[in-house]
Design a protein around this ligand. Structure first.
Ligand SMILES: Nc1ncnc2c1ncn2[C@@H]1O[C@H](COP(=O)(O)OP(=O)(O)OP(=O)(O)O)[C@@H](O)[C@H]1O
Ligand SMILES: [Mg+2]
Length: 174
C-alpha cells in the first residue's frame, strides 16, 4: 500500500471512495476478501459491519487467504483477537462483546491497528473513535439465502488507493 505522497500532476486521480456489489454465494464473498487481502499491507485496516450471519467472518477468511494464510479462520468471538501468520500478520478481531468502546483499551489496540500487520475487525462500529481515520469499511446486508449486498468504502487516501485497485481487479476477475 502506497502512502499518500506529493501529488504529481499526471498522477492526479481521485481514489475510489465507495463501491457497491452483490455476491451470490459464500465462495464469491470469500473471493472478494481474497482479492482485497492481496492488496493490503502493513497498516491495512478493514472494518466489517453487518448483522449476525451477514458474512463478516467469510470476508475475514478471504482476506487472510489473500495474505497467504492457509490455516483455520474461525470466529474470534471468545478470544477477541486471532492472529494469523500471513505475508504480514493478520489480526482478526471481533468487537461483538464490547459493551463500551473504551474497553478496547484492555487490548493492545495501537499495536493491532497501527502496527506492521493488517487488522480485520468484525462489528467495527463498536470501536468508535478508536478506529484508524484511514481505513476500509465493508457493510454487508443479507438480501437472500445465498446473496449479499456489500458496500466497500474508504475513509482516507491510503485505503482509497487500495479500493481503487480492488475495483479494477474485481471487474477483471475471471
Ligand atoms: N453470499 C454470501 N456471502 C457470505 N456468506 C454467505 C453468503 N450466502 C450464504 N452465506 C452464509 O452466511 C453465513 C455467514 O456467516 P459468517 O459467520 O461469515 O457471518 P458473520 O457476519 O461473521 O456473523 P457474526 O456476526 O455471527 O460473526 C455463512 O453460513 C455463509 O455460508
Ligand atoms: Mg463473524
Amino acid at each position: 500500500m502506497r502512502r499518500h505522497g506529493s501529488a504529481v500532476l499526471s498522477e492526479v486521480r481521485l481514489p475510489a471512495r465507495s463501491h457497491s456489489l452483490r455476491t451470490a454465494s459464500p465462495s464469491e464473498t470469500e473471493g472478494l476478501g481474497r482479492h482485497l487481502g492481496r492488496l493490503l499491507g502493513p497498516g491495512g485496516f478493514v472494518g466489517l459491519i453487518g448483522e449476525l450471519g451477514s458474512g463478516k467472518t467469510v470476508v475475514a477468511r478471504g482476506i487472510a487467504r489473500g495474505l497467504e494464510y492457509d490455516g483455520y479462520v474461525g470466529s474470534p468471538s471468545f478470544v477477541i483477537v486471532n492472529e494469523y501468520a500471513g505475508r504480514v500478520p493478520v489480526y482478526h478481531i471481533d468487537l461483538y462483546r464490547l459493551a463500551d468502546a473504551r474497553e478496547i483499551e484492555t487490548i493492545d489496540y495501537r499495536g493491532l491497528f497501527f502496527g506492521s500487520g493488517v487488522a480485520v475487525v468484525e462489528w467495527a462500529e463498536r470501536g468508535g473513535e478508536y478506529l484508524p481515520g484511514d481505513r476500509l469499511e465493508i457493510a454487508m446486508t443479507i438480501t437472500g439465502r445465498t446473496s449479499r449486498s456489500i458496500e466497500i468504502s474508504s475513509t482516507g487516501p491510503a485505503h482509497g488507493e487500495v479500493l481503487t485497485s480492488f475495483v479494477r481487479v474485481w471487474k477483471e476477475r475471471g
